[in-house]
Design a protein around this ligand. Structure first.
Ligand SMILES: Nc1nc2c(ncn2[C@@H]2O[C@H](COP(=O)(O)OP(=O)(O)OP(=O)(O)O)[C@@H](O)[C@H]2O)c(=O)[nH]1
Length: 313
């Protein structure tokens, strides 16, 4: 390069809106550009000609140190993304430490041992945006009404829906039925077929349950791991039992093999507990859920793959 172009190149390096540091083969600082001066608070005099690790002792022995070694001695460039090492250099914008992505590049100079260039990119905005997106995703997930695995209503949705339907039933003087549906010997299914197959089974069963709903105010939800709940407004005990029997048969008809089921069909089956709130005997939601749970327990005790009903206590 003609000599007169060198001052121009140096001015360009100083004018750039990213950090540029050049080290010689002995890791002495040859260039520390204006962007670095501005954000490090160090002057040109404090850094020029000094050992890089005397100026930045906290970087010794870390990933930046290794990248410099690679560049100077192995002629390898390195990219250090912000994900592993957010802010290696002590660089600030106001009180905020700048988030950085670094590039360490070997520089061949004719007649002298190899140098290296460290470029420091300010990625604070991208990191901030990422953090915001992550937080928003978390909020959305916590506000979501859908179960992540099966896509049907989740427990949160169930809680809101049962409150609403319970109030509506009281106000309108209509019956309200609740079904608790639990896959039989599901632990054994998981143990035998593996957790992934277990997940597939949950997806298939929940789709079958959702397909059984007839009215827009009916709701099927994933209540817990392998337990589902179905809210049936304006549904008396007789209709609820007919619905439960239909569900039990529908699940068995899916013909999902379950060698470890106690049922002779050796297919996946469900047990169902029913509780019905009659208009003349309104009760608390907890009592309705408790009764459906006890009925489910009864169905399990009676041999599974069956329906049991209890009147709320
Ligand atoms: N694959 C899978 N398994 C789950 C999930 N959630 C819960 N489980 C499993 O469901 C099983 C429930 O087992 P238990 O409550 O002991 O009941 P069970 O084996 O179904 O037996 P009974 O209900 O008495 O017929 C446990 O092994 C849980 O690990 C899930 O999202 N995916």
């Amino acid at each position: 390069m003609p000599l007169q172009r060198l001052p121009l190149m140096e001015s360009v390096l100083h004018a750039m809106s990213l950090g540029a540091v050049v080290l010689d083969n002995e890791r002495r600082i040859v260039l520390w550009n204006t962007w670095m001066i501005t954000h490090s608070g160090l002057t040109q005099e404090q850094v020029s000609g000094r050992d890089f690790f005397a100026v930045c002792p906290e970087l010794r022995g870390g990933r930046v140190d290794a990248a410099i070694q690679y560049a100077l001695h192995n002629n390898f460039p390195s990219l250090l993304s912000q994900t592993l090492n957010k802010a290696p250099f002590a660089l600030y914008l106001g009180d905020e430490r700048i988030q950085q992505a670094l590039e360490v590049t070997p520089i061949e100079v004719a007649g002298v041992p190899r140098h290296c260039l460290i470029q420091v990119h300010d990625v604070s905005i991208a990191v901030g945006r990422e953090k915001l997106l992550r937080e928003q995703a978390m909020v959305l997930r916590s506000q979501s009404f859908a179960d992540g695995l099966t896509g049907i209503a989740n427990r949160r949705h169930f809680d809101a829906a049962i409150e609403k339907e319970h109030r509506r039933a009281k106000r309108g003087g209509t019956p309200l039925s609740l079904l608790m549906i639990d896959i039989d010997h599901f632990k054994a299914y998981n143990d035998y077929y593996g957790h992934q197959k277990g997940d597939q089974c949950l997806i298939q069963v929940s789709a079958a349950l959702a397909g059984m709903l007839k009215r827009p105010c009916d709701l099927t939800a994933r209540y817990g791991g392998e337990e589902f709940a179905m809210i049936l407004p304006e549904t008396g005990a007789g209709q609820a039992r007919a619905m439960a029997e239909g569900i039990r048969e529908r699940v068995q008809a899916l013909a999902i093999r379950h060698e470890r089921n106690s049922d002779p069909s050796q297919r996946v089956t469900v047990s169902i507990g029913i509780a019905t709130q009659q208009p003349e005997a309104p009760m608390e939601i907890e009592a309705l859920i408790g009764a459906a749970d006890r009925a489910l327990y009864q169905a399990k005790r009676d041999g599974r793959n069956r329906v049991a009903a209890l009147q709320p206590a």
